[in-house]
Design a protein around this ligand. Structure first.
Ligand SMILES: [Zn+2]
Length: 320
């Protein structure tokens, strides 16, 4: 059966920073890869209005996914307005049921900002809900509940550290040497963020900061460049290593977790420092409504954002 991996992060460029190398490799190997952002990144600008920047960023994210044959969806939330509530969980649940992944990869539950952490909680709980037959998403044409909870994994936090700058150690690091050029090309599709990160966050070159982080994650496992992941181990989520199996050839355990003297060999890399905001902290009042759930418009673009098609390729029959 075709395997599907769904990667969901908060903003349109987060996946490129944290997991694009791994996803590019899997897509090239024939795995069906879906990339989704919760928001269109409507606050990631200092010069455009929310609709303008959203249209640009959705297009950039779709272009990035195109580079590796993946599909991109925007889930229609607003920056700084992602919350774990009833309507949001139903929306993410419907999305998962429609895409039918066996593996879901999402943001780190501990990260530098609210959207990232809220996304992790929402996706975690939607994975659970997606396999509950009696849980209604209230979509007008709901997809069939999943036969089982997908295996859930977390990406690294931005910069590899939590809110207190403490390092977050992944369970495993994927060597992305073979797909690093693609990861760079994908990130470079997010052209609108170059100016935003320079003006607001003092980052002259967002590709360089990604390369620095990627080297630091690689160093954790004694390799040159890598992306780290952690498996969610909570009951009753799958505990098998289906994601690790897909990347086994490129998988490395962090030296600190190997339980022997090898941990003494951890390279003396500089500790990751400043986490970087990839979408803006600017608050936009009254943008938290999650509309369209009851009337079937769920997943439609908001405020004129370029269309991000709700998945129609539902492989399972709908309920009768
Ligand atoms: Zn982000």
């Amino acid at each position: 059966m075709e395997q599907t991996i769904v990667a969901i992060h908060a903003h349109p460029d987060d996946i490129e920073f944290l997991a694009a190398g791994t996803l590019a490799g899997l897509s090239r190997a024939g795995i069906r890869v879906i990339m989704a952002s919760m928001t269109a990144g409507d606050c990631g600008t200092v010069s455009l209005d929310p609709t303008e920047i959203s249209q640009i960023r959705v297009r950039e994210a779709a272009n990035s996914a195109d580079l590796v044959g993946a599909r991109y969806y925007c889930l229609g939330f607003k920056d700084m307005a992602i919350f774990s509530d009833d309507a949001s969980r139903r929306r993410i649940t419907e999305f998962l049921r429609a895409l039918r992944p066996s593996i879901v990869i999402t943001s780190s539950p501990e990260d530098y900002m609210a959207d990232h952490e809220a996304t992790a909680v929402l996706v975690r709980d939607a994975c659970f809900s997606a396999a509950l037959p009696n849980y209604e998403t209230r979509h007008q044409t709901p997809a069939t509940p999943l036969p089982e909870i997908p295996a859930l994994y977390f990406m690294d936090p931005i910069g590899g550290v939590d809110r207190n700058q403490r390092p977050v150690i992944p369970d495993f690091v994927v060597d992305i040497e073979e797909s690093f050029d693609l990861k760079i090309a994908m990130l470079m599709e997010h052209k609108s963020q170059k100016e935003w990160l320079r003006v607001r966050h003092g980052i002259e070159n967002y590709v360089s900061i990604m390369q620095k982080w990627t080297r630091e994650r690689g160093a954790l496992a004694g390799i040159r460049i890598g992306e780290g992941f952690r498996q969610y181990r909570g009951h009753p989520y799958p505990q098998d290593e289906r994601f690790q199996d897909l990347v086994r050839k490129h998988l490395h355990i962090p030296l600190a977790l190997r339980g022997n003297d090898e941990s003494d060999l951890v390279p003396a890399e500089e500790v990751p420092t400043q986490p970087v905001v990839t979408s803006g902290p600017e608050l936009e009042p009254d943008t938290a409504e999650l509309t369209g759930i009851a009337d079937g418009r769920m997943g439609e673009p908001v405020d004129g954002v370029a269309p991000s098609p709700w998945p129609e390729d539902r492989s399972a029959p709908t309920r009768s």
